[in-house]
Design a binder for this molecule. Structure first.
Ligand code: SF4
Ligand code: SF4
Length: 212
């Protein structure tokens, strides 16, 4: 007896303005891949860790646009999705902040010099609402502005550098990079873990054996 495969249930959605029919029962990114869309640059973890598959999404019957990660978003009929491609170029531009943590300039002054706009936070909550990892981004900026860098860094442990908080800021603040500065400066001023210090010394002496 010949068995016919049961067709996979489909969901009708819109992606970047184009109507699509994709397999339901999957995350959005998996559904698109199953429908033949190419893998796109950098998106790879499928577990909400790499931060590359950021989207803006509006669900059927709702007016509010939300931000999310496509690998963490189940497909739902009627959803309208935008992959904000401009963020790719924006992300590259954001990585140009320059600072020297070993500088004699106090850390709080460096933060003011490198991110002068941070002090202009108007506490609009936009960045916090936009964060797909549930981080209180606005509080992180407030803490950084108060030079409470350890607390700011601790808030951002789950940050995946998706830049969605940057997109939502009316003051052009880059919250994830402000707090990355805070985390780096805190780590820089702490002693290295013993095993890392040992390994770096081995490397500096040219004794590190690399197996291929
Ligand atoms: S803090 Fe910003 S960059 Fe980090 S996960 Fe949240 S939205 Fe993305
Ligand atoms: S979006 Fe910008 S201005 Fe608004 S709370 Fe966040 S950092 Fe402040």
């Amino acid at each position: 007896m010949t068995q016919t495969a049961t067709p996979e249930p489909c969901a009708s959605i819109t992606v970047n303005g184009t109507a699509r029919s994709v397999a339901s029962g999957h995350s959005l990114i998996q559904a698109l891949w199953k429908s033949g869309d190419p893998l796109f640059k950098r998106a790879s973890c499928l577990e909400g860790v790499c931060g590359s598959c950021r989207i803006m999404v509006r669900y059927a019957g709702e007016s509010e646009v939300q931000t999310a990660l496509a690998c963490q978003t189940p497909v739902e009929t009627g959803m309208q999705v935008i992959f904000p491609q401009h963020l790719e170029a924006q992300s590259a531009a954001l990585q140009t902040h320059r600072y020297q943590l070993q500088s004699s300039i106090p850390v709080d002054q460096q933060l003011r010099d490198v991110f002068p706009e941070a002090i202009d936070c108007r506490h609009c909550h936009g960045c916090t609402v936009a964060c797909p990892k549930g981080i209180d981004v606005e509080k992180g900026i407030t803490l950084a502005n108060e030079n409470r860098l350890v607390e700011a860094g601790d808030l951002f442990v789950n940050c995946v550098m998706c830049d969605l908080c940057v997109t939502s800021c009316p003051e052009d603040i880059v919250p994830n990079y402000v707090v990355l500065f805070a985390r780096r400066s805190v780590a820089f001023n702490k002693p290295l873990p013993a095993n890392l210090a040992d390994r770096l010394q081995t490397l500096q002496r040219g004794e590190l054996k690399i197996k291929y």
